[in-house]
Design a protein around this ligand. Sequence first.
Ligand SMILES: NC(=O)C1=CN([C@@H]2O[C@H](COP(=O)(O)OP(=O)(O)OC[C@H]3O[C@@H](n4cnc5c(N)ncnc54)[C@H](O)[C@@H]3O)[C@@H](O)[C@H]2O)C=CC1
Ligand SMILES: N/C(=C\C=C\C(=O)O)C(=O)O
Length: 487
Amino acid sequence: MAGTKALLTLENFINGKFVPCNSYLDSYDPSTGEVYCRVPNSGKEEIEAAVEAARAAFPGWSARSPQERSQVLHRLADLLEQSLEELAQAESRDQGKTITLARTMDIPRSVQNFRFFASSMLHHTSECTHMDHLGCLHYTVRAPVGIAGLISPWNLPLYLLTWKVAPAIATGNTVIAKPSELTSVTAWMMCKLLEKAGVPPGVVNIVFGTGPRVGEALVSHPEVPLISFTGSQPTAERITQLSAPHCKKLSLELGGKNPAIIFEDANLEECIPTTVRSSFANQGEICLCTSRIFVQKSIYSEFLEKFVQATRMWKVGVPSDPSASMGALISKAHLEKVRSYIKRARSEGAQILCGEGVDTLSLPPRNRAGYFMLPTVIADIKDESCCMKEEIFGPVTCVVPFESEEEVIQRANSVKYGLAATVWSNNVGRIHRVAKKLQSGLVWTNCWLIRELNLPFGGMKSSGVGREGAKDSYEFFTEVKTITIKH
Ligand SMILES: NC(=O)C1=CN([C@@H]2O[C@H](COP(=O)(O)OP(=O)(O)OC[C@H]3O[C@@H](n4cnc5c(N)ncnc54)[C@H](O)[C@@H]3O)[C@@H](O)[C@H]2O)C=CC1
Ligand SMILES: N/C(=C\C=C\C(=O)O)C(=O)O
């Protein structure tokens, strides 16, 4: 256990108050490998207190008009925006991501999540049908589900937490959120803004700690009828098992093994920098990151040469350096896991073209124990290799050639995941054909990660269950009832 004197110490936020915990976990600065923060190691007791608060707050909050709730969400968005720089600094330190990404993506998107749902929730209509021959009118009404359990991961901490909190409270639910124990700081900072925004006590409760201890207590609680989870597939399996006896509503946003398909008519000037970004943004720690690049044979050599050259320009640096493109990975264990994939690829006879074990990483002395690695490109690798099948979730991407459209669709679909694909071509007909045949919840063509929050977001196969977005989140966070009136 590190000395606790200078450490930032977080507290749970229950019923509008910060509450200390009996025990704490060490949280590491990924750029130095040093403990810098203590996170509550909560369990059943804290979940009971949060459920009590959320239960008590539900009647009042759910009875407010959508317009009143919308105003609260707008105020919270404004307050987050006013704290953008402070939040970005904290996110970058806690997660290891670059300050530039935190400033330009994580925190602005967190603000947008509240603004978006504050507005979109005002525009839903309900269904109505008539059976004139029976003298009946049928219509639907929607009501909040109750206490929503929200579990979020460490890769985009505030971004993904707010993507769940915003629609949950906009629709009138009260929430208990459990951020990742590895990245809890910005969630705790957001709690400081809730009262000023007008969020009543008990509407948003945040309980920190590990998955097996506090996460499972939340998922198993009989008074929490809904769980929205983003994270790994094994954890989703466990959540599904624990929820089954209670028939909980589940939304599961899981991993990917996302293909980029690059046809010979692609505009390489745009494709190469975008594919470097889609492979290595946030250290490759985004479920939407590209990790299998299929390139048509006629342009394979040209692509590979230019892609490796562009990857080598991607600067790995201290997260606080505004010129860095990539920071540190989340943890030592994760860095070792990512490196183990590269070792496996090498032992299978694949070529490591740049990055880990090939190029030299230069870091200031203070950061040498940090969890850094260079963006790594692998070629000459078989589709059956674990590097082509499993989610690595790090700055590693594989490049392989293909000959025909049919062949590449079959190979792109040959993994258990189905989250996000990118297709690069100037042939509109081909783009439509290929996009339709890919087993993927999202297909970006000639671009990556352009988000339209109105439309469904989520994956198929092992990439998840359910979708979130304007209409989908509204439906998920509410229960529908069909009413028949005979007149
Ligand atoms: N969005 C995504 O697709 C993400 C995928 N991953 C994948 O998962 C791998 C492992 O990362 P982890 O942090 O271990 O992910 P994880 O799935 O274990 O963690 C995600 C969240 O679930 C919680 N959790 C863990 N076990 C739980 C349980 N039994 N009951 C309830 N909640 C639980 C965690 O505390 C965290 O808040 C990564 O290497 C990556 O491949 C990780 C994070 C995000
Ligand atoms: N769920 C993840 C990313 C979502 C991005 C978005 O909604 O724009 C992830 O990386 O886990």
